[in-house]
Design a protein around this ligand. Structure first.
Ligand SMILES: *[C@@H]1O[C@H](CO)[C@@H](O)[C@H](O)[C@H]1NC(C)=O
Ligand SMILES: *[C@@H]1O[C@H](CO)[C@@H](O)[C@H](O)[C@H]1NC(C)=O
Ligand SMILES: *[C@@H]1O[C@H](CO)[C@@H](O)[C@H](O)[C@H]1NC(C)=O
Ligand SMILES: *[C@@H]1O[C@H](CO)[C@@H](O)[C@H](O)[C@H]1NC(C)=O
Ligand SMILES: *[C@@H]1O[C@H](CO)[C@@H](O)[C@H](O)[C@H]1NC(C)=O
Ligand SMILES: *[C@@H]1O[C@H](CO)[C@@H](O)[C@H](O)[C@H]1NC(C)=O
Ligand SMILES: *[C@@H]1O[C@H](CO)[C@@H](O)[C@H](O)[C@H]1NC(C)=O
Ligand SMILES: *[C@@H]1O[C@H](CO)[C@@H](O)[C@H](O)[C@H]1NC(C)=O
Ligand SMILES: *[C@@H]1O[C@H](CO)[C@@H](O)[C@H](O)[C@H]1NC(C)=O
Length: 515
């Protein structure tokens, strides 16, 4: 999602000497068994019991520490877990020890990197946050075919470091977002027309299972878990590092348009045609087009406009030929520029601000122009009723080039919806000083998603799991697929790899804890 941004602080913390876990008094917790849930959980207890087992530089702290605020920043303030204690490991090998400690003591744990979870399901969490955002290792293989990344890496530094070597890889669209968080649910990417989703380029995962066991997962080691990590991964393990394919990079062409509302039908009709224009798909190098139906006071204070950006992996001349139908529509403003890949990917934005966000979403094969006109009318009607939502509410459209992504067999990964062409999203920010607007924004979110789904009669509602808001109306089938074998397979893998359902806070396949 490019308009949306992740956040969290730029990497780099001041280490407060008193917080180094190595300074904690040693009382190895494995001499004491705690068979029952301990509700009194605080950082001094954790530091005393666990600290000595962890590597030098690991931090353990609670809400009384000045670092706590930054280390619990979230993109969606409505998706806020209850973090009682933070353990920020200095080494990958610490993660298994932290998980085993949590298991012995019946503490819940939740991995945190860039805090970009949209889903309110994470708000059910209360316990120990494992902050993996300090794990920033990046090693490009000598043959320049793969890169090994630690789990805390994220868009900007990865894109920049690869570009220095003339390389690129699939990442999320916003440069402030982690690589692994999106990859666990798929990870749509500017490069997916050529190389598939972020997860499709990962060939090996090092993970910690729910019981603290460390394993390597790839095509020959736990291939069943490899399937699950690719699309439902948040339910199965904590990834500590991974190996990902990289490719030679190129400069991109970026074209933006602003259209007035009278062009709405033409724009969506042309987008539908475009999605089939290259042997049935979007031209593979036209990596993505992002659009929004949004208020832009520079153009009009009474009518929403359509703002669209097309990102092309290649020169202006090639792109402009493909864009001829859009040039012909007649934009009120447009601009085109050739930029390096890091520029198109926006690598200078390391952080993305958090807000109170209400989100709903759907997937579609094509845009229904009648539906989109109904959205436009509804948008104006809602803003007339709730003017305070005007600055933060919009309808958002993503059309990725699907060729590379659809070339991968659908049944080879847990990601279930490779056939869909477009992602549509309703967004509303609720101002801090207007909490009474949360309810109307939630009602609008539901109405918007119903409109999109009614606009594709005979099709089942589906969502991209990473954009799922966590509402009760969002079913497992919508996120993980309707074919009965898909959820059966995932539940069977849960029984093998996470029988106690420790991983149940991000878009959970099974919501309840198991005894
Ligand atoms: C928190 O993050 C902000 C923004 O990056 C930074 O200015 C501030 O120093 C950080 N505070 C602490 C205690 O690390
Ligand atoms: C932490 O919890 C322990 C055990 O419940 C308690 O004895 C101790 O006073 C607590 N420390 C703080 C700083 O709250
Ligand atoms: C831990 O790291 C600090 C700072 O790098 C160093 O001064 C200290 O000697 C280290 N302690 C151990 C036990 O390695
Ligand atoms: C697959 O994972 C296993 C276990 O970590 C590892 O020994 C093996 O080298 C990996 N294979 C490849 C091709 O990476
Ligand atoms: C369609 O596929 C053929 C064969 O792969 C290719 O030569 C041609 O360029 C493709 N057409 C478009 C418009 O991408
Ligand atoms: C409106 O125009 C101003 C000045 O060119 C610009 O700074 C601002 O970003 C524009 N606003 C929008 C919503 O495009
Ligand atoms: C067009 O985009 C380029 C690159 O982003 C920018 O430098 C330029 O100011 C833009 N031109 C207009 C008219 O907005
Ligand atoms: C568009 O949506 C309407 C419902 O709003 C529906 O009646 C119509 O069949 C849809 N058109 C297509 C082509 O699916
Ligand atoms: C941890 O879980 C894995 C997967 O279920 C299992 O193979 C392994 O034996 C378990 N390890 C321990 C120590 O229980």
């Amino acid at each position: 999602m490019v308009f949306s941004k992740s956040f969290l602080v730029a990497y780099g913390f001041t280490l407060l000497p008193g917080l180094l876990s190595s300074a904690a008094t040693v009382t190895p917790d494995f001499f004491e068994k705690h068979p029952h849930t301990r509700h009194q959980i605080n950082s001094s207890t954790v530091a005393t019991e666990l600290g000595s087992q962890l590597s030098n530089g690991t931090l353990i702290f609670g809400s009384d520490n000045p670092m706590y605020t930054n280390e619990t920043v979230r993109w969606n303030n409505y998706a806020r877990p209850d973090v009682q204690v933070i353990v920020k490991p200095a080494a990958e090998s610490d993660i298994a020890k932290i998980v085993k400690y949590c298991d012995r003591n019946s503490f819940e744990f939740l991995a945190y990197n860039r805090g970009h979870a949209l889903t309110t399901s994470v708000a059910a969490f209360s316990g120990i946050q494992i902050s993996i955002d300090g794990l920033q290792g990046m090693t490009i293989a000598p043959d320049k075919k793969t890169v090994t990344l630690q789990a805390g890496t994220y868009g900007s530094p990865v894109i920049a470091a690869l570009w220095d070597e003339g390389l690129v890889t699939t990442t999320g669209s916003a440069p402030c977002v982690g690589l692994m968080g999106p990859a666990l649910g798929g990870g749509h990417s500017r490069y997916e027309g050529l190389y598939g989703m972020v997860m499709d380029d990962i060939i090996h995962y090092n993970v910690v299972l729910a019981n603290g066991t460390e394993i390597g997962v790839n095509a020959t080691s736990h291939p069943d878990l490899l399937y699950a990590l690719k699309g439902a991964g948040h339910n199965f393990a904590i990834v500590t590092s991974f190996v990902k394919k990289v490719y030679p990079g190129e400069n991109w062409y970026l074209k933006t348009y602003v259209w007035t509302q009278d062009k709405l039908e033409t724009v969506f009709e042309e987008l539908n045609k475009f999605a089939k224009s290259a042997n049935g798909t979007t031209p593979p190098r036209m990596g993505v087009n992002y659009g929004a139906m949004i208020m832009n006071p520079n153009i009009s204070t009474t009518e929403a406009v359509l703002e669209w950006g097309f990102n092309y992996a290649g020169p202006a001349e090639e792109a402009e030929k493909l864009l001829a139908p859009f040039n012909a529509i007649g934009a009120v403003a447009e601009n085109g520029s050739e930029v390096s890949y890091p520029e198109v990917a926006g690598v200078t934005s390391y952080s993305c601000p958090g807000a109170n966000r209400i989100i709903s979403t759907a997937l579609t094969l094509e845009y229904n122009v009648t539906t989109e006109r109904a959205h436009y009318n509804q948008y104006l009607a809602k803003l007339a009723q709730y003017p305070e939502l005007a600055s933060g509410a919009y309808l958002y459209y993503e059309g990725y080039a699907t060729a590379g992504f659809q070339a991968i067999p659908s049944d080879s990964t847990a990601y279930p919806h490779r056939e869909e062409n477009f992602i549509v999203v309703f967004f509303s920010e609720v101002p801090d000083d207007a909490p009474h607007l949360k309810e109307p924004a939630s009602v609008w979110a539901k109405e918007a998603v119903d409109l999109w789904n009614e606009g594709q009669p005979g099709r089942l509602p589906k969502v991209y799991v990473n954009y799922a808001g966590g509402q009760a109306y969002q079913t497992n089938e919508q996120m993980y697929g309707y074919e009965p074998w898909r959820l059966e397979k995932l539940r069977a893998l849960k029984a093998t790899y996470d029988p106690q359902n420790r991983f149940r806070f991000y878009a959970p396949i099974i919501k309840q804890a198991c005894a």
